[in-house]
Design a binder for this molecule. Structure first.
Ligand code: SAM
Length: 266
């Protein structure tokens, strides 16, 4: 089944899509039976999958807040945004700095269909949505450049995105191209899947995603570090997302299969 019609983006509901499976893990309603089916299959393999999705959102919130509060960043470029889930990144950034400018980017038509919720920001700030593929970083820079001033610091977030882009599909090229365009004081915020903690469960999850037609790659801590070359890692470096600057009273959770880290461009 496919949603069509004037102005309606083509949404293929015959096979699972990463944004919708992730929405299912987060308890959202913007997913279809094929997405739920793969989500349940993954939960049977890795019962911590839904907790991993929530932990990843926590990482996004803490990293965004840190950059807005302590680094004074007022511009955010979030690629691989996903279906809106409150609080969205602009709500976190504009909660600290109402004048923050946020550009969201995703290539899934379902995210475009729900982009309205991403555009309800503060009157002082700006939120914009760009439908684009992360593997075409120059096009993203060109479109985002209408909203963001690349001569000033930008927080570039690629959160739970890069495990859908294999090295041979240009994962490093896209990060390098985007980071190169950033001004000093800009930051790269990354989280991505790893098999370092639960290798067998992750191997079987990758098999299930691949059978559903979705590319998924796991990276080691050293491979993650390769994305931050030339940047200075913020403490505590590249760690499991649950251990990245947990809130007071938080921390000590069992690991999930995602590394997170933040690097600053000198
Ligand atoms: C797991 S969701 C993460 C959502 C959000 N960043 C978060 O961490 O909560 C991954 C998102 O990346 C998007 N995505 C995957 N491959 C992409 C690509 N090549 N270009 C742009 N977006 C992509 C998917 O459509 C999906 O919305």
């Amino acid at each position: 089944m496919t949603a069509t019609g004037p102005g309606v983006p083509r949404i293929d509901t015959s096979r699972p899509h990463p944004a919708r499976v992730y929405d299912w893990f987060l308890g959202g309603k913007d997913n279809y039976p094929v997405d739920e089916q793969l989500g349940r299959q993954i939960m049977a393999i890795e019962p911590a999958a839904a907790r991993a999705a929530r932990a990843n959102r926590g990482f996004m919130r803490r990293a965004t807040r840190l950059l807005a509060e302590e680094s004074g960043i007022r511009q955010f470029l979030d690629i691989g945004t996903g279906i809106p889930t409150e609080p969205n990144l602009h709500q976190v950034a504009q909660g600290v700095a109402p004048d923050a400018r946020v550009v969201y980017v995703d290539n899934d038509p379902i995210v475009l269909a729900h982009a309205g919720a991403l555009l309800r920001g503060t009157p002082e700030g700006v939120t914009e949505y760009v439908q684009a593929d992360a593997r075409e970083p120059r096009s993203i820079l060109e479109q985002a450049g209408r909203i963001l001033d690349f001569d000033r610091p930008v927080a570039l977030s690629l959160i739970a995105l890069l495990h859908f882009v294999a090295d041979e599909d240009g994962a490093h090229d896209l990060v390098d191209t985007l980071v190169e365009a950033l001004a000093p004081g800009s930051c790269l915020v990354l989280s991505a899947m790893t098999a370092d903690f639960e290798p067998e469960n992750v191997r079987r999850s990758i098999e299930a995603y691949t059978a559903g037609g979705v590319t998924l790659v796991a990276r080691s801590q050293a491979e993650m570090a390769g994305f931050f070359k030339g940047l200075e890692l913020v403490e505590p470096g590249i760690v499991c997302v649950v251990d990245w600057r947990p809130e007071a009273g938080g921390g000590g959770e069992e690991p999930v299969a995602l590394y997170g880290g933040v690097g600053v461009k000198a």
